[in-house]
Design a protein around this ligand. Structure first.
Ligand code: FES
Length: 208
């Protein structure tokens, strides 16, 4: 039996059918594997390589280029703290220092309970909310020390579980199955959209 579960292999096979060239499915397959294990295990890398027809080194090389993929185990929550210019000017360095103390980990480290991995990040494109932090790619900010501690507490207690999925869970990969919709389903969706549009226009002209 392979490392990737039957469910993941089934999803992978559906994704592979979507792309004219199998290797184009490499990144979605990495997401699927990371969803299973929380990171890309060496075994998963070999299986992905086999599925898309490249070498394991090519999978590793591609995955290591993107910071959303991890080749080592990480915590349930990956906390990326930006220290680029806008965030730095608003106290990001001090906040990062505080985060290290309060979580009791260094940069790149994972807390003993496996809940948090702390990363220092380049600009996260959330400069308007500097200093800003991403947790599993969800934005939070601007944050001060107290705000950071509150965020950690809320994540630990599960208060934010609907807002912040566990690391490795990316809904978009699953949503891509929508591409398998039948022509009838597509037509039905178009009809609904068309009638909603007509309704909107009718209301607008009534209002005028
Ligand atoms: S500089 Fe921190 S998000 Fe842009």
């Amino acid at each position: 039996m392979g490392h990737l579960s039957e469910e993941i292999i089934n999803k992978a096979n559906i994704l592979l059918e979507i792309y004219p060239n199998k290797r184009s499915a490499l990144i979605p397959l990495c997401h699927l594997a990371q969803g299973q294990d929380g990171y890309l295990t060496p075994e998963a890398i070999v299986e992905i390589a086999d599925l898309v027809g490249v070498t394991p080194a090519e999978v590793r090389g591609t995955a290591s280029f993107y910071d959303m993929f991890h080749l080592e185990p990480v915590g349930k929550h990956v906390v990326a703290m930006c220290t680029n210019i806008a965030c730095m000017l608003r106290g990001a360095d001090e906040l990062l220092e505080h985060a290290q103390e309060s979580l009791d980990v260094g940069i790149g480290g994972t807390t003993q309970d496996g809940q948090f991995t702390l990363e220092e990040a380049e600009c996260l494109a959330g400069c308007n909310n500097a200093p800003c932090v991403q947790v599993n790619h969800r934005f939070f900010g601007p944050l001060d020390n107290e705000g950071f501690d509150r965020l950690v507490e809320d994540l630990r207690s599960g208060k934010l579980k609907d807002e912040v999925p566990e690391h490795g869970v990316l809904n978009r990969v699953d949503r891509n199955y929508g591409l398998k919709a039948t022509p009838d389903q597509v037509q039905a969706e178009r009809d609904v959209m068309e009638s909603a549009k007509k309704e909107r226009l009718a209301k607008k002209s009534e209002a005028n």
